[in-house]
Write a new protein. Sequence first.
Length: 127
Amino acid sequence: MPYIALEEAKTYFSSQLYTQAWDSATDEVRQKALSSAENNINRQRWNVDLIALKPVPTELKEAVCEEALALLDYGNSKRRKLQQQGVKSFSNGSMSESYRDSAGKGLFSQNAKELLKEYLVGSVPIV
């Protein structure tokens, strides 16, 4: 069972800014993005079994949406492909970029990371 249904994701995005990639996608592509986002999230190391969380927490649903949007925005970019291939730096004319060792790994969306930070392995609750 998915963390968030397509209709729920549509409702989430209806109140968000900068969602052009989502807005212009077909429902078929949106569903693929949600599925891919969920797979990306499930591949990370968490301190809880996210699949077992019932009901699904709002922050997990929103994180799937944010990761889906990031995938639609730049999931297939040349920059991301270079990072995934382990390239540490790249130059093109007068422009150059350097990447950390962890670049290209993990979630695409910083917003999704923030939403799920309490579930990350190694995180501790602040009391």
